[in-house]
Ligand binder design. Structure first.
Ligand code: GLN
Length: 386
């Protein structure tokens, strides 16, 4: 047991290699198995927990004070927490924030998500870096009784995210319209009343703030389920097509999404913009490869270089797979790379308004340096209409 562990643990996190971390459980009780990652963002735990891209993952927060600004309903990126669970260093204190409407613990309980506090998250983060996104089992039992052998076996039994399509679990059941714009102080969220472009956004697990950024850039957004075909998309007669973020392996979701994307590219000259999973699947549709990273990129201060302007953007990131920059075919330009490890962060088709990025220009949480990418999409649609 680490020096940080409580004397009466009510939760236990088991790594597949047999390492155990004890702590105090909060949120729901029960047990869950998942891949474990760490996120280095200092703010935005609610947006992180509700980002559908985290389906199948438990998030370790490296920032020690999590939960102390409470829960604010307008900050949800999805109706439910989608991450499988959370690991924090200090137990959340009483919320201190005028916007807060409740506590993190109650919010997690109501939504069936398990959390563990009192963990030495620095040691755990080193373990994640060493093992590369380990498979884990997390149990919260107020009795404090754990069958650790069974728990390690459950961690070992988790099949992982390779080859797994999770977009089908988090996509919308039916299409819907979206016109709410980004938060503006002091009015809050306002509708886009004068949209200039009709955009179809295919939802592989879209964050709400992406849809808000599209609306703020002048788009009237029709959101379609992940299973949408080329014909479904084109039946809305869009000015542009957006491919959303989402969880799981891009190659697995690509089995049905890539033919749709190829159809759009082959049959139209429409502007196409993709983010994260959407970026990875656009790259697959163009003939490139994706790879599983060791422990991925999850944070809100990742520097990315835009090779076309020479500018460096500080970005929000959340991905465990990446496009292999070496595999890009002729005619596909690498537009952005990570200054942390040189991995691919953006592509575009030479001579066409078809582009995508690995990072999250919608922020939420994180810096807004990359918002220009939404404006670039709007400009491409304006250009095509001229
Ligand atoms: N945020 C995302 O869209 C994540 C994409 C993909 N699931 C990955 O982990 O790389």
């Amino acid at each position: 047991m680490s020096a940080h562990a409580p004397t009466h643990p009510t939760a236990c996190l088991a790594l597949a290699d047999g390492t155990l971390f004890y702590g105090v459980g909060f949120g729901a009780t029960g047990q869950t198995e998942a891949e474990l990652c760490f996120n280095t963002a200092m703010t935005g735990y609610q947006e992180i927990m509700t980002d559908p891209s985290y389906a199948g993952q438990i998030v370790t927060f490296t920032f020690p004070h999590i939960g102390n600004t409470g829960i604010t309903p307008e900050d949800d990126e999805n109706a439910d927490p989608v991450a499988a669970g959370m690991v924090v260093k200090w137990m959340p204190t009483e919320p201190s924030n005028w916007r807060s409407a409740g506590t993190l613990g109650d919010w997690l309980s109501a939504r069936g998500r398990i959390a563990i506090g009192g963990v030495d998250t620095r040691r755990l983060t080193r373990a994640i870096r060493h093992a590369g996104a380990p498979h884990v089992a997390l149990v919260h039992n107020p009795d404090g009784i754990f069958d650790t052998e069974k728990l390690v076996a459950a961690a070992r039994g988790f099949a992982g995210l390779n080859g797994v399509d999770l977009a089908k679990d988090v996509t919308c059941a039916q299409s819907y319209q979206w016109n709410e714009m980004r938060w503006a102080w002091p009015e809050g969220y306002k509708p886009q009343k004068d949209p200039k472009y009709k955009v179809v956004a295919v939802d592989y697990g879209a964050k709400r703030n992406i849809l808000r950024c599209l609306a703020s850039a002048g788009c009237d957004v029709t959101v379609l389920p992940a299973s949408a075909t080329t014909e479904d998309v084109l039946s809305h007669n869009p000015d542009g097509v957006f491919l959303s973020n989402g969880p799981g392996d891009p190659a697995a979701t690509g089995v049905y999404a890539v033919p749709m994307i190829k159809g759009i590219l082959d049959q139209t000259d429409l502007p196409v913009f993709g983010i994260c999973l959407g970026h990875q699947m656009l790259a697959l549709a163009l003939g490139a490869q994706t790879v599983k990273m060791s422990h991925g990129h999850h944070g809100a201060n990742h520097p990315v270089k835009d090779h076309e302007t020479g500018k460096v953007e500080i970005t929000s990131m959340n991905h465990g797979f990446a496009v292999d920059g070496q595999s890009l075919p002729k005619g596909v330009i690498e537009t952005h790379t990570s200054l942390f490890d040189g991995s691919n962060c953006g592509i575009r088709i030479d001579g066409r308004p078809v582009y995508s990025v690995q990072h999250h220009p919608e922020a939420s949480p994180g810096p807004q340096d990359s918002f220009y990418l939404f404006e670039r999409f709007a400009e491409a649609m304006a250009e095509r209409a001229r």
